[in-house]
Design a protein around this ligand. Structure first.
Ligand code: PEP
Length: 284
């Protein structure tokens, strides 16, 4: 087990919280045993291949032993090969930011599962709100991409989340329900196995505004309960649900301590090795 670099004050705070709220703490410990934490960095359209290799080197150096948590990085397509080399035997997972649903063909600008597997890319982000907002991604295309990832043994991180208007007009749960229904339409329990869901309220992405712990836990519990109605209870309990939206070292510990939060999908803060490593540390 690695030596955690969290401050003594943080550790004491955790202990005090544990003794004050035993039932929740017990549930958190139970869930922690069941679901390995996952911290994923989405580097979007930032940093070239040499900067990617440098950043990965710094993350490895600053994070120490990461065997107790799954760490994944998602650089742009052009940096995937150099990222793979920089990752080496560190145990960090490599993710793409997209995947197409066809095996190959005339789909300019897209990338296939075979191409990703060829370079050792084992994860993919699907349905990020920026894809939905700027590139016409729909629940139907999210579903097709997810199916292709799953049959190709590439683990999908499927993103869902409401806009500010949807939250303000009380439509968060119905929106989550329809995005979940669309994304996982016709995906069997057996096929779903490796799927990760990222709850990312659109109004919190890249804005510096984070969902409150109450809003986050409520949405994550809603997602897990939805899974229970469609699949089995063991599947719902095993599925990792990440929070994404301005997660940073200052708020990571509190968010990651929530019973139904199993990790984070991190944009801006994952581009700084110190911040990303601090979030990894907060997840341990
Ligand atoms: C994201 O892009 O998935 C994200 C959560 O970004 P940020 O952390 O910058 O809000």
């Amino acid at each position: 087990m690695r030596e955690c670099r969290c401050s003594l004050r943080d550790r004491i705070f955790c202990e005090v919280r544990r003794s004050n709220a035993m039932p929740i703490a017990r549930k958190v410990r139970y869930n922690r045993r069941m679901r390995k934490r996952l911290i994923a960095g989405n580097w979007k359209m930032n940093i070239n291949s040499s900067e990617t290799a440098e950043l990965i080197g710094q993350i490895i150096e600053k994070s120490g032993d990461i065997s107790a948590v799954d760490v994944v990085v998602a650089p742009p397509f052009t940096s995937l090969v150099s990222a793979k080399a920089a990752i080496g035997s560190s145990g960090i997972g490599l993710s793409s930011q997209n995947i197409h649903w066809e095996e190959k063909g005339a789909f300019t600008g897209e990338i296939s599962a075979g191409m990703l597997k060829d370079i050792g890319c084992g994860w993919t982000i699907i349905g990020h709100s920026e894809r939905r907002q700027y590139f016409g991604e729909t629940d139907e295309t999210v579903n097709k991409r997810t199916k292709m990832a799953l049959i190709s043994s590439i683990k999908p991180i499927v993103c869902i989340g409401e806009t500010l208007e949807e939250r303000d007009t009380g439509k968060t749960n119905s929106l989550l329900k329809s995005q979940l229904g669309g994304a996982f339409d016709n995906i069997s329990e057996a096929d779903f196995a490796d799927t990760v869901i990222a709850y990312e309220p659109v109004w919190a992405i890249g804005t510096g505004r984070t969902a409150t712990p109450e809003q986050t836990q409520e949405a994550h519990a809603f997602i897990r309960n939805w899974l229970k109605t469609i699949y089995s209870e063991p599947l719902a309990e095993a599925c990792r649900i990440l929070y994404g939206g301005s997660m940073k070292p200052a708020n990571a510990k509190e968010l990651l301590a929530l019973p139904d939060v199993d990790g984070g999908l991190i944009g801006g803060a994952s581009l700084k090795a110190d911040d990303f490593s601090a979030i990894i540390c907060a997840s341990l």
